[in-house]
Design a protein around this ligand. Sequence first.
Ligand code: ZN
Length: 224
Amino acid sequence: MSPYPLLYGQGYFELEQISPGQRLHPKAADAFLKMCAAAQQDGITLAAYSSFRSFQTQSVIWNDKWHGKRTILDSFSQPLESGQLNNEQKLWAILRWSALPGASRHHWGSDLDFFSPALIHKNADFELIPATYLPGGSHFHVYQWVFENAAQFGFFFPYHDDVGATAPEPWHISYHPLSEQYHREHQLHELTHIIQNSDIAGKTTIMNHLAEIYQNYFNHINQL
Ligand SMILES: [Zn+2]
């Protein structure tokens, strides 16, 4: 078993609450709150939409999608009919937008999805999809501000460009001083052990493709 179960979303490590329901590693929290204050100076209200997630939380998302209780989106953010997919198709479709539990950067407390709560009331149809953050979307100017300023606070965009596996997530930022180390320490053999011992939906299909998943969805990111 890993000496660092927290890298796989298991066990507990120190987290700091940055807003109701949102927690980050204290160092990432500090950096993010500084960035939020700087954004506010420029008239942009910035907050975490989703931050730390445990293996358990990620499993609920994963299992719901596998069992058709939660919508699976295609590459164009359109809903797929999960009942018409075979297990392998379902696997790749879910992975496009959701990390495999145990291999999510959200387990680390270093990564978060940002949004602007100030814009949500006006845009009840807020969705965490690229169109929201692209030109013409409600969060485009927020994204632009973060894109220009994130690096000076230690953040980068691991899923900024479409590299073919994980969909582009212009809202996902990562605190590099922590996540670079966590990524290096994360091990396929430990993930294998964790998945094998979990009751995750689609386990056989996942196990058949775990090395490929690990390479294409976990290791393959945009660098700082
Ligand atoms: Zn994310």
